[in-house]
Design a protein. Sequence first.
Lengths: 309, 107
Amino acid sequence: MGERPVYDMIVVGGGPAGYTAALYAARAGLTTLVLEKLSAGGQMALTEQIDNYPGFEEGIDGFTLAEQMQRQAETFGAATEYAEVERLDLTASPKVLHTSEGVFYARTVAFATGANPRELGLPDEAALVGRGVAYCAACDGMRYKDKTVVVVGGGNSAAADALILSRIAKKVILVHRRDALRATKVYHEPLMKTQNLEFRWNSTVSALLHGEELTGVRLKDTVTGAETDLACDAVFVSIGRKPATELVEGQLELDRSGYIMADETTRTNIPGVFAVGDVRTKPLRQVVTAVADGAVAVHMAEEYLAGGA
Amino acid sequence: MAAINLNLEQFNEMAAGTKPVLVDFWAPWCGHCRRLAPAYEQIADKYGEELVVAKVNVDEVPQLAKDAKVTSIPTLVLYKEGKMVDSVVGPGSKAAIEQFIQGALAK
């Protein structure tokens, strides 16, 4: 493999924040590369319908929006490499990114790796993914038509998942560790009105029961500690997200939940490294706030590059 | 070379050939399957000489999915001389697909 060029900006992660950074960088005349391990869009690509991204009055599916963002950035000269980043040296000059497709060099790095669904952390959970354990009702719900499914969680995404599934499954059981939902009020009434939805308050899932496939869950009462088994065909885990920041642990400052510490400038503790989108500490994680980060990061990167880096 | 969509007859024909056949079991309504597609097309370009890189729509060819015990999609299955050698459910990166191919070919 020949010596590779030093890019003005390498974007790690091809979601909305990443491809917006790439778009702005390419349009600013910076040589720009996006490293994406699978395909454009990140979490957005698994969202069937996005109704709160301005400009699409009929809504748009996340995968299509992601493809359009990618093509738009590429039209202006950004490139994409389908590579998984394995290791980075962000303080080196230029910055070094070791990937499944070899080594890349960059003057600035926009870190846009996003977040992933949080897992229950139970034995055999990973092996049961696709065999009854799922993290996305909109993606996997159809498989459980007329079956019994459990949703774990009490926030907005758990509430939304329970409603989606109630229209598909025979029965939905919402398991929540507290005695009331954390989800916003708009969800409460539709949930209470749903005939085939049952609540199990003050309960956590303590074990996954299975043969080849999931057959049920063991529930633990958080008040009494008593355990009961509950038969079901699937469990949808909806207990929040965790940022994908393992790669930069020890290099970039992270908050207690693992998000990269950066303010509205997107600047991290290392000069020339920016955190954009869901991976950054911020009050609201949405496509619109992610794309804004991408634009800001490029503005800051230009300033940094002009400073003689 | 783009990944080709096979029906049962075409699959049987390909499987009877000398090249191993890699199949991506997918469906148009499956979000994770769509996410796999761009990387899978690059795999088709890269491995087109060694492998038949194919796709099977599980709604159109349910029998094949059932034979391969595919219960979750996307699932990749590698066939050698018509026999299933190995499978992987929902690989998370292009690198993971390549790892699967290397491993399965070595079996």
